[in-house]
Unconditional design. Structure first.
Length: 135
């Protein structure tokens, strides 16, 4: 893991801790993701207004995989050919990107979570803060 990645994980973990005993378990081929929080201020120390944070959160769908359903990344659609084993797209603990309109958005104990289908994961990223969407 790089220093940048460690920094992102540390910033993420400083937020409110999630009690996994009250968190929904993804069913079938679904994945539970905790979205990365938007920046509070710029690199120069300027505080971002709420509208700026909302725009960043809306445009940058990145998150950490917390749990996966039992059928996630299984089946013929994840096989390179009929005789091969399915190729997993991600695993618990990975940082991923996904579409902003997909899945179900919910709140558990004040923490935002998304439940998405396994085929909605667009990439696995080693340094999530380096990924920025643009409009």
């Amino acid at each position: 893991m790089t220093k940048t990645s460690d920094k992102v994980v540390q910033l993420f973990e400083e937020e409110k801790e999630l009690d996994m005993t009250i968190t929904p378990t993804p069913a079938l081929w679904r994945i539970l993701v905790r979205p990365m929080s938007p920046k509070e201020k710029t690199a120069g120390g300027i505080l971002l207004p709420d509208q700026g944070k909302e725009a960043e959160e809306y445009n940058n769908m990145r998150g950490k995989v917390l749990a996966m359903g039992p059928l996630a990344f299984t089946g013929d659609r994840f096989r390179p050919h009929p005789d091969a084993s399915p190729i997993p797209g991600c695993k618990v603990g990975d940082w991923v990107t996904y579409g902003k309109y997909g899945g179900q958005k919910l709140m558990v104990d004040g923490i935002k979570l998304h439940i998405i289908n396994d085929d909605e994961v667009t990439s696995v990223v080693p340094v999530p803060e380096a990924i920025v969407a643009y409009v």
